[in-house]
Ligand binder design. Structure first.
Ligand SMILES: [Zn+2]
Length: 211
């Protein structure tokens, strides 16, 4: 095969994968053009994982956002944040931790959750970190931090992520999708959801989640 033919095939394959993406990503690196490569990698991450992640937490009749805005902000403060379908990442964080492309995956989950109202932080962040660390990063249960105290699993982020992995793999497969759907439909009730799904009171679950 000639070199040009190989290049043409590679170009075709890469154009094909972008055309197949179920999401349109608007990347803005105008404040920090030197981070364009990182921004493009993050854009590809979103194109690759948008549909996969949407498939993991589907809700009948609910359409996830298919347009995402990704902006790298010139700032030394914070890591990343999401408002609606707009993800912002701080340039200072990327410069210190260029390997942390997975923070964009966590924000992509927030875009897909699309709760459109305030939800308890440990639920929103726990689902995002369960999907990031257990599915996207492929970490096992042992990797997740554990708080040995009543309701310690609500300590948000990775702790709650590990709690959801434990529920999914041990007690209650499918619970993350049910929880996410209840949050989207506004039918979630703090006092009854976990009791109905797991058979255990929310307060007792922390004691069962020993490892
Ligand atoms: Zn978050």
């Amino acid at each position: 095969m000639t070199k040009n033919l190989v290049l043409a095939i590679l170009l075709f394959v890469s154009l094909g994968s972008v055309a197949d993406a179920t999401v349109v990503v608007h990347l803005d690196v105008s404040e920090v053009p030197e981070l364009a490569d990182w921004g493009n990698k993050a854009k590809e991450l979103i194109e690759e994982w948008h549909q996969r992640t949407s498939n993991l937490i589907p809700t009948k009749g609910f359409d996830v956002p298919t347009e995402v805005w990704l902006k790298i902000r010139k700032s030394n403060r914070g890591i990343a944040g999401t408002s609606g379908a707009r993800i912002t990442v701080s340039s200072g964080w990327i410069q210190k931790h260029p390997e942390d492309i997975g923070c964009v995956y966590h924000e992509l989950v927030h875009v897909i959750q699309d709760y459109r109202r305030r939800v308890s932080g440990w639920l929103t962040e726990g689902i995002a970190d369960y999907l990031r660390w257990a599915i996207y990063e492929g970490k096992s249960q042992d990797w997740f931090p554990f708080r040995d105290k009543p309701q310690g699993y609500r300590d948000s982020y990775q702790v709650a992520g590990g709690f959801f992995l434990w529920l999914e793999s041990d007690r209650c497969p499918g619970i993350v999708n049910k929880l996410n759907t209840a949050l989207r439909k506004r039918t979630y009730k703090d006092e009854s959801f976990f009791k109905e799904e797991t058979g255990h009171d929310r307060r007792a679950l922390g004691g069962l989640c020993q490892r």
